[in-house]
Design a protein around this ligand. Structure first.
Ligand code: FRU
Length: 680
């Protein structure tokens, strides 16, 4: 509610006023006038009065209420100055305001003064979009206070934005993203953009990275994710939230854990504390507990938040941070219940050191260090992030479980230098006794494409299901600014995991290999299957008419018999001088995805390229299962012994499918199935 004319008239008459609007709020100032009234102004930064938005030379300013705000960009970033309010009485427990501009607590500050002393202070966040902020001032009730806006910064981002100062009973939500999401979801064109994945999870609007807090509770798969409530690039990291009964159809829920004034909510996990070991719920109403990284300037700590209503609303623990070792790079906790030792185990990363630390806890709040692992694996690859640790069944060659044989998998992500370039994931296979992880073989790559990062697995999947399922962020930090809008970021297809001994070639011994397959729920989206003509030879032969596959996602089952050919395979999403090639290269003994000509590749110099995964020829053939969506391709080689995940941004929306082989003796057979959009 904004009462412009009335407010300005009152303020001019009474100096700075705190007058009553509703029983629960008092307006301190909303700046809907062209002078500062009773505010004492020094210097030039604040200008002659509240600004009507952006000032000359400034990017667009948004997120203020009404027509005006305090904008200290008068005469640019180099100007300095202050504005100090008249005295007023603190008469509500919360002081709410909107703030934006530069982030410099020492030079750019919005301050609450009592007896001339600063008792609360806030700064901007390097954005011209103001966000809602508030101070808990219940301790100061009854006292006489003043507000001061300070701009002492002269470099880039040397300005502050302030508006809409009120005394209220309850802290208002920091972001108004939920309404924006609902408006988008209700719009007739929602989820119909040409590059919008139709069988993969995407946020309706805005930026998303890592999956977080994956847990199954009471028939719902929860998917939280790193989310920017303010825009389509990384920032303001908060936890977005969605739930699904089947891992395919997702219901978008309100923002779960927003960043606070002092900390962003970085990646983490969620457990269902059924026995209420944390005491955060009750025996009758056990809590869902999220353990995540609080990221502040120069400091990363582990925090706890909990929900007693199936994840719909979240409360921060009053014991936060629950783990603080004084490090700037200490993040991404993954917690699980270790039944044999009857305690919770956390694996968390000292990211720059490339060391994972294991902690134990009885109550999810007090944590004791158990052991460390690393550095190891692809040494010299910067930053270990988003670890996961779980036990998996070993499969025989025919895919049946080997009775009693299990191993532990320790997965970790590297911020750069991965197999296909940029960021990627590796894993260690070994043993975990509740205290220490011992690797039994060298690290291996999880995925050989460029776009599979920070996978984490669902906790608490019922034993009678028994699957270990994970999902990854289908992106690469190096090329993360992909050409999609109004959203950016997609998840991979959820994948079921197992282990199998695989000898990739006759010279090397078998290694225990992570096997990934799309979850069986994907097949519920299948339309009719069509076998396509078997192809032999060059040039590529069209298997479908232009437009026949429309722009819809599909699944391909492909059998390549390479014989004496150098290479053989498919071209998908083919248009004029545009295609993504998926094939087997006999000289490399590898399956590859080549996206050099896949469409829009020019948005980043590292995007175009060919990515190879080791592949064995079994009984003369290489089998592929390929999941194609509007802007991605996932290739599962020989029942998931290797995977290549790549984003593509085709410009042709009436594509054909082609096949080729480099010799008349080689053959390519394919079956294509349409996958129905989850939005239909
Ligand atoms: C991995 C990561 C995490 C961090 C998060 C921040 O992609 O860098 O380490 O918690 O993203 O958004």
């Amino acid at each position: 509610m904004k009462m412009m004319g009335v407010v300005s008239a009152w303020c001019v008459l009474w100096g700075l006023c705190s007058f009553s609007l509703a029983a629960d709020e008092l307006v301190v100032d909303v700046f809907e006038r062209d002078t500062y009234g009773s505010w004492q102004v020094t210097g030039t930064a604040c200008g002659p009065g509240p600004a009507g938005g952006a000032l000359p030379g400034q990017m667009a300013v948004a997120g203020f209420q009404g027509e005006r705000l305090v904008n200290t960009f008068h005469e640019g970033d180099q100007s300095v100055g202050t504005a100090t309010s008249a005295a007023f009485v603190i008469d509500r427990p919360v002081l709410a305001f909107r703030i934006g501009g530069g982030a410099d607590p020492d030079r750019l500050a919005f301050q609450l003064l009592i007896d001339g002393q600063v008792v609360r202070t806030a700064t901007g966040h390097e954005s011209e979009e103001l966000v809602q902020a508030s101070w808990d001032v219940h301790d100061e009730r009854g006292k006489t206070a003043q507000l001061r806006i300070v701009d002492n910064a002269t470099g880039g981002w040397g300005h502050l934005l302030v508006d809409d100062i009120r005394q209220v009973d309850q802290a208002p939500p920091r972001f108004d993203i939920d309404q924006k999401v609902q408006a988008y979801v209700r719009s007739p064109d929602a989820f119909r953009e040409p590059l919008r994945p139709q069988v993969h999870f995407t946020p309706p609007i805005n930026w998303m990275n890592d999956p977080n807090g994956l847990v199954y509770v009471d028939g719902e798969y929860h998917l939280f994710y790193q989310y920017n409530p303010l825009g389509n690039s990384w920032g303001h990291m908060s936890w977005g939230h969605a739930v699904s009964p089947d891992l395919m159809h997702w219901e978008h829920l309100p923002l779960a854990i927003p960043e606070t004034e002092s900390e962003m909510a970085f990646s983490g996990c969620c457990v269902f504390d059924e026995a209420n070991t944390s005491g955060l719920g009750t025996q009758d109403s056990p809590p869902m507990v999220a353990i995540y990284t609080g990221h502040g300037p120069g400091r990363q700590v582990q925090n706890v938040a909990y929900s007693l209503d199936r994840g719909r609303t979240w409360q921060a623990s009053d014991k936060n941070p629950v783990l603080d070792v004084g490090l700037a790079d200490f993040r991404d906790p993954k917690v699980f219940w270790h039944a044999p030792t009857e305690r919770w185990v956390m694996v968390v990363s000292r990211a720059v050191e490339r060391v994972l630390v294991f902690y134990g806890s009885e109550n999810l709040t007090d944590w004791t260090e158990l052991s460390r692992f690393g550095p190891a694996g692809s040494l010299n690859k910067p930053n270990w992030e988003c670890p996961d640790l779980f036990e998996l069944a070993m499969l025989a060659d025919d895919g049946t479980p080997l009775p009693g044989e299990t191993r532990w998998v320790l997965e970790v992500d590297v911020g750069g230098g991965a197999i296909a370039g940029g960021s990627g994931s590796e894993y260690f296979v070994g043993h975990f006794d509740g205290e220490r992880f011992r690797a039994e073989q060298a690290a291996r790559w999880v995925d050989y494409g460029r776009d599979f990062y920070a996978p984490v697995s669902w906790d608490n999947i019922p034993e009678d299901d028994g699957r270990r399922i994970w999902i990854g962020w289908m992106n690469n930090w190096e090329t993360s600014l992909v050409p999609t809008s109004p959203w950016r970021g997609a998840m991979s297809v959820p994948r079921t995991l197992a282990l199998k001994r695989v000898a990739f070639n006759s010279e090397e011994p078998a290694v225990i290999t992570l096997v990934q397959q799309p979850v069986r729920e994907l097949s519920t989206l299948r339309g009719d299957a069509r076998s396509l003509t078997t192809v032999s030879g060059w040039p590529p032969t069209a298997l479908t008419e232009p437009g026949e596959l429309e722009d819809m996602p599909c699944e391909l089952e492909v059998t390549i018999e390479p014989a004496d050919a150098r290479s053989a395979g498919l071209r998908i999403r083919t248009g004029e001088d545009e295609y993504t090639e998926i094939g087997y290269d006999r000289f490399d003994a590898a399956v590859y995805v080549d996206r050099t000509k896949s469409g829009n590749v020019g948005f980043h110099p590292a995007f175009a390229g060919r990515h190879r995964a080791p592949a064995r020829v079994v009984g003369g053939v290489v089998k592929l299962r390929v999941v194609v969506d509007r802007s991605s391709v996932e290739v599962f080689v020989n029942d998931g012994e290797a995977v290549i995940t790549d984003r593509i941004f085709p410009s042709n929306h009436q594509p054909t499918l082609e096949a080729f082989t480099g010799s008349a003796k080689a053959t390519v057979k394919a079956t294509v199935r349409e996958l129905k959009s989850v939005y239909r």
